[in-house]
Ligand binder design. Structure first.
Ligand code: FES
Ligand code: MG
Length: 580
């Protein structure tokens, strides 16, 4: 309850108290120059910031927070900014995904433990957005999100280059001998030339759009570049709206409905968005008790074409997307196909129909129409199933090679991704264009942490022979900026004894994307015999202490969202017992 039984706000349990406790709660706050009038019962709005210089994509969020604060003051609230854990994709090892649930816990517990009536969530880099949403959903105080916005387009040697996508692309060019190291070094300074998160349709841009499609951030905001003045005006508007959300008692549980998830899943398909959105949406649905299964992602998107021509699937970048009209245009196209839940509630206080009806497109090269899409329906992320992935696996069709979508090839198996990387440039590597590279023990439990190593490099011998793609299968994830014919999130993962653990080099593997199949062509008796053999010791010793130990003991599989089992659901916003 953001309102107490006596009708006062949640924050009044602290700031409205009399005597000793009230003095403790107010007196120390006044050392920040706050006068007594701010404790008059006005809505207290927390601003959860994942600012960090170790998360370059979020390094400007303190500036964004200043504008949110202006908005909160304008609307008569009291803004209080606080830091939460930050997760920087480019630096954190072994993977930010190991820490998504930890950050979500920190967001949840910090909100609940403090005198807040509502919260604004500042995120940007990939995992910071789902972690914020998951944590806030489990408290269920009125909340809205402001993402930090994408970087400006990269500019290199007269053309646009995209975050991540061109790291993969240009480094493969160097490996293939088509580009020299000096040019690669020059590209380094040309790619990330403003504040903001990756400006491809990678995971950060995808999750920003997903948050908007869910109704958790103000309409039209996901795509505004980080350095565009309109992002700062938007941040002020979000601050004002946060105060109104408290007054309207509009909580995440009212926004994050089944309809909202369906809107977000379809939006992701139309964007050609990141495969990672699947895992994050499953986890978020678990937090709010919305039933959602991996198989439904496929069922919900069979009619959804890819409308957006953005890297890694296409040509353009987020700046172009924003100038073309951004997500509201995409949602309007979906609406025209009857694929948008128009009544879904948004934090803007209006329904999705009102937010998107007036959207106009200014560049049909960047955002296509439903009638003339960028890629036909079913070419976003699809869900595969079969004897190699009984609980499912995903593949981003728009980022894969058409000739590998129906394929039969022999496996080349690696238990550790590092061993494959060490071999990838070996001129003697026994591979052909039809080889299927299998990398395992890279799932949630196995690595541990479910890293983005699924788009392992194409063997150098193949690159030199002009073969730029090869089928890769793993229980890992892939960067949202990545591309290639990569089957990801195979569940159950090898480390928990999924069939992926039984594959041997030379086995035949068959993929048929149209039929949504992924099969290991080894007969049942042989597989049963392999399963009876003593399991080899884990390739890496399991963690014995700390967060990693808690994580491996409780993490769920990819098809369940890789949340911790005891974090599913929420604990609400009841005011905890006194601290003194
Ligand atoms: Fe932070 Fe891509 S590395 S968004
Ligand atoms: Mg990433």
């Amino acid at each position: 309850m953001s309102e107490q039984r006596d009708g006062t706000r949640r924050s009044a349990a602290w700031f409205g108290a009399e005597g000793r406790n009230g003095m403790i709660h107010r007196s120390w706050m006044r050392n920040q120059g706050l006068g007594p009038e701010v404790f008059d019962g006005r809505p207290v709005i927390g601003i959860a910031s994942s600012w960090s210089e170790l998360t370059p994509c979020n390094a400007h969020l303190r500036d964004v927070a200043d504008y949110v604060k202006r908005g909160v003051w304008q609307a008569g609230g009291l803004p209080l900014e606080f830091p939460v854990m930050s997760l920087g994709e480019t630096l954190m090892r072994p993977t930010t995904m190991l820490f998504r649930n930890l950050m979500a816990m920190e967001v949840e517990e910090t909100i609940r433990a403090n005198p807040l009536d509502g919260v604004v969530l500042l995120s940007g880099c990939d995992k910071t957005t789902p972690a914020m949403l998951m944590g806030a959903a489990s408290v269920d105080l009125p909340a809205l999100m402001v993402t930090g916005g994408p970087m400006l387009n990269g500019k290199f040697q007269g053309r646009d280059i995209g975050s991540g996508t061109d790291v993969w692309r240009l480094s493969e060019e160097v490996r293939a001998g088509r580009m020299d190291a000096a040019d690669l070094a020059e590209a380094e300074g040309c790619m990330s030339r403003s504040r903001g998160h990756c400006m491809t349709m990678g995971t950060a841009s995808t999750m920003a759009c997903v948050a908007e499609a869910l109704g958790m951030q103000l309409s039209g905001s996901a795509a505004i570049p980080a350095v565009d003045a309109r992002r700062y005006a938007l941040a002020q508007a979000a601050g004002r709206r946060a105060v109104a959300l408290v007054e309207e008692d509009l909580r995440p549980s009212k926004v994050l409905t089944r309809d909202a998830f369906e809107n977000a899943i379809r939006a992701n398909a139309a964007l050609g968005g990141s495969t990672n959105a699947v895992v994050h949406l499953l986890a978020l649905a678990g937090r709010v008790g919305v039933p959602l299964s991996l198989a439904e992602f496929d069922a919900l998107t069979t009619e959804v074409p890819v409308l957006v021509d953005l890297m890694p699937s296409g040509r353009f970048l987020m700046e172009d997307f924003y100038y073309a009209g951004g997500l509201p245009v995409v949602l309007r196209e979906l609406d025209g196909m009857g694929l948008l839940h128009r009544e879904a509630v948004t934090v803007g206080g209006r329904d999705m129909a009102t937010e998107t009806d007036g959207a106009r497109c200014w560049n049909r090269e960047v955002i296509r129409t439903a009638g003339e899409p960028f890629r036909p329906a079913g070419e976003g992320t699809v869900v595969l199933r079969g004897s190699l992935a009984p609980d499912g696996a995903v593949l981003k069709v728009s980022a894969a090679s058409p000739e590998l979508l129906k394929h039969r090839g022999q496996a080349l198996v690696y238990d550790r991704v590092e061993d494959y990387i060490a071999d990838a440039d070996d001129p003697e590597l026994p591979v052909t264009a039809s080889t299927v590279i299998v990398v395992r023990n890279a799932g949630p439990r196995g690595y541990p942490g479910f890293p983005e190593v699924g788009n392992v490099p194409v063997p150098k011998v193949l690159l030199e022979a002009g073969v730029n793609d090869v089928l890769r299968i793993s229980d890992a994830r892939m960067s949202g900026t990545g591309y290639g014919s990569c089957v990801l999130h195979v569940a159950p993962e090898a480390a928990v004894g999924g069939p992926l653990a039984l594959v041997r080099t030379g086995d035949w593997i068959e993929i048929d994307v149209a039929a949504r199949r992924l099969d290991l062509d080894v007969d049942r008796e042989e597989l049963a015999a392999r399963a009876r053999e003593p399991r080899p010791a884990p390739v890496d010793a399991p963690p014995t202490r700390g967060w990693a130990k808690l994580y491996v003991e409780h993490v769920t599989q990819a098809n369940e969202g890789a949340d911790l089992d005891f974090l599913v659901g929420g604990s609400g916003d009841a005011v905890p017992r006194h601290s003194h």
